[in-house]
Write a protein of this length. Sequence first.
Length: 180
Amino acid sequence: MKTKHSVFIAASLDGYIADKQGGIDWLTAIPNPEGNDMGYNDFTSRIDALIMGRTTFETVCSFDIEWPYQKPVFVLSNTMTYIPEKYADKASIVKGNLTDILKELHNKNYNRLYIDGGRTIQSFLKEDLVDELIITTIPVLLGGGSKLFSDLSKPLHFECVESKRYLDKVVQNYFTRVKQ
């Protein structure tokens, strides 16, 4: 099976995924009375597993909700030594070189991967390991915080293959990687 590494994330107009205090409350500032998931459930129905960074994992664990994922979760961290007992059957730690981690996951038939978390996404982009980006832009300027993108050693070209508008205010762009 062909592999696919996908990012599905929201960002502010100025490219931040968390505010200066690490908060994400701004993501829900636009009223969404019908609970429109903006394509998230459809997206996750097409993945085999998630790879997320430690900070994202800890953020999700801090929410007062049931575990939100139905697929296996791999926490990318070189500093974590264990998954808290409450989540031990829901997530596992992966460490090391991204190429080696991906080879191991692909060998276990986790071929369509959802890449989540700022530093994790940045690491995958630096290694040119992202096949598609689905970015939902929330119309707010945060003026600082955690940036979605960081420096790259060379440009990575993507093509916008679809744009959607949600809640009359939010734009979601779907980009696929174009290898030059």
